[in-house]
Design a protein around this ligand. Structure first.
Ligand SMILES: Nc1nc2c(c(=O)[nH]1)N[C@H]1C(S)=C(S)[C@@H](COP(=O)(O)O)O[C@H]1N2
Ligand SMILES: [Mo]
Length: 309
């Protein structure tokens, strides 16, 4: 993965949970009109739309990374490799209408429209740590519900062991450079995909997802490096064998299938022991499974996590 100079993000960009909750109340009361006039939503083509959600107990209580950084410092290589590129370029992507096809080893394959997805389960705000493989991290207030709610709808067959995700790819508006095999692909083991922490994500910071964050629907897997969290997905396929993933295909030595955050397994070209929380000056130690070990370590019992990295 290309390493870039960190953006100029000052500690004043950090939003305290207190301040955020107040702001969220405001958004809720006054709706889309106000949302569109606040902050940097002018970066995207369309005005932001409020998306009310109840706070999930699965949330961390750490200070949130500022909204400006969450919406302005992104990885979405289809729209360029600089952190500022997605906010600048992704606005042209049409996200309505949008469909997600769920198929493969399931009893009831189904195509879900965006409106179906918004109604499928109660929306929750999940404040998660996000640890990028590039050794920086954020704390992000996502909105969505457990991916398991969607997968249960299609009734996975006993033979299904993995879940493959494919992102939207349109060479007319996205890069044609062969940085990765497009469309972007990711995958999880079925039990990882069914874990309550794995989030089908429709919003962030109290609003529908801006394009640069993977509108209109993406996956977020908080105990894995950020690249496992595929953006702007259009297909979910249940399979018997381990699916190909974009980064593993591009550089198998550097990016394994599992990609669990692990401070003890270095990337071949840099250490994973520490990370820079965006907005902080000093680095902090990286936690096993990004701090979610209590919830997810059991999924990997008996596995050599250096081999299955
Ligand atoms: N389709 C697609 N999904 C993607 C990526 C990408 O380049 N294309 N980048 C990944 C990486 S490396 C990270 S760290 C996260 C970043 O999500 P964010 O920009 O919303 O913070 O998205 C992931 N999902
Ligand atoms: Mo990342």
């Amino acid at each position: 993965m290309l390493i870039r100079r960190p953006a100029d993000i000052t500690p004043s960009d950090i939003t305290s949970p207190e301040h955020f909750r107040q702001r969220r109340q405001l958004l809720r009361m006054s709706g889309a009109a106000l949302a569109g006039s606040v902050g940097i939503t002018s970066l995207t083509a369309s005005a932001a739309q409020a998306l009310p959600a109840r706070l999930s107990p699965l949330s961390t209580d750490e200070s949130l990374t500022g909204r400006k950084a969450v919406l302005g410092y992104n990885n979405f290589y289809e729209f360029g490799t600089d952190k500022e590129d997605p906010a600048r370029n992704a606005g042209v992507m049409q996200t309505r209408p949008w469909e997600v096809r769920v198929e493969g080893l399931v009893a009831r394959p189904k195509t879900f429209g965006l409106e179906d997805l918004l109604k499928l389960a109660p929306l929750e705000e999940r404040i998660y740590r996000l640890r990028c493989v590039e050794a920086w991290s954020m704390v992000v207030p996502w909105i969505g519900y457990s991916l398991s709610a969607l997968l249960k709808q299609v009734e996975p067959l006993g033979s299904a062991r993995y879940v493959a995700f494919a992102s939207h790819y349109d060479p007319e508006i996205m890069t044609r450079r062969p940085i990765l095999d497009w469309p972007y692909q990711e995958g999880l083991r079925l039990d990882e995909a069914m874990h309550p922490l794995t989030l089908l994500t429709l919003g962030v910071y109290g609003e529908v997802l801006p394009n640069q964050n993977g509108a209109p629907v993406r996956i977020v897997v908080p105990w894995k490096y950020g690249y496992k969290s595929a953006k702007s997905i259009v297909r979910i396929r249940l399979t018997e064998s381990q699916p190909a993933t974009a980064w593993n295909t591009a550089a198998p030595e550097e990016y394994g299938f599992y990609s669990n955050v692990n401070p003890e397994v270095d990337h071949p070209r840099w250490s994973q022991a520490k990370e820079r929380r965006i907005g902080d000056f000093l680095k902090r130690p990286t936690q096993m499974f990004n701090g979610y070990a209590e919830q997810v370590a059991g999924l990997y019992q008996g596995m050599d996590l250096a081999r299955f990295h």
